[in-house]
Design a protein around this ligand. Sequence first.
Ligand code: HEM
Length: 129
Amino acid sequence: MYSLHSWLRYAVFAIGLAALGYALWGQLGGRDYRKRMWDLASAFTFSIYFQVIIGFFLIFETTNRFFDKTLGLHMVLSMAAGAIAQLTYSVNRRRPREERRYTVHIWGVGLALALVVAGILAIRSSVFS
Ligand code: HEM
């Protein structure tokens, strides 16, 4: 479970950067809102939720874990990332198709990615360690 949680960070990064890149490409190119943006944003949200579920398994699976402030911060920042990603995705979902905007995802995915990185840096010296 530990190594799955550890390696899944790269899936969160990869999908998040793909969603952010696509939103910037769409916005800066003045392109119409496309379903692919939708799919990338929902995949990113799902990847964070999956990490959160694994994270809770990790907490309860490892009984001798010393629960310190840094782990608490890791959890709170990661779950805030999930909430932001979900919120911005839902905001666009409620809009009629012609009113959907890439900017919502630029802010939502961008902020969620920053929170994920901050969450990892709360417990590790780098996002890759
Ligand atoms: C976006 C969501 C998350 C990401 C990307 C993420 C990523 C990581 C990474 C990269 C590590 C370090 C693994 C290593 O050293 O190899 C880690 C450790 C850990 N994570 Fe998460 N995590 C997330 C959410 C959560 C949540 C929500 C929880 C708890 C509910 C959690 C619980 C843990 C625990 C218990 C550890 C081990 C800490 C330690 O041994 O010091 N994670 N996580």
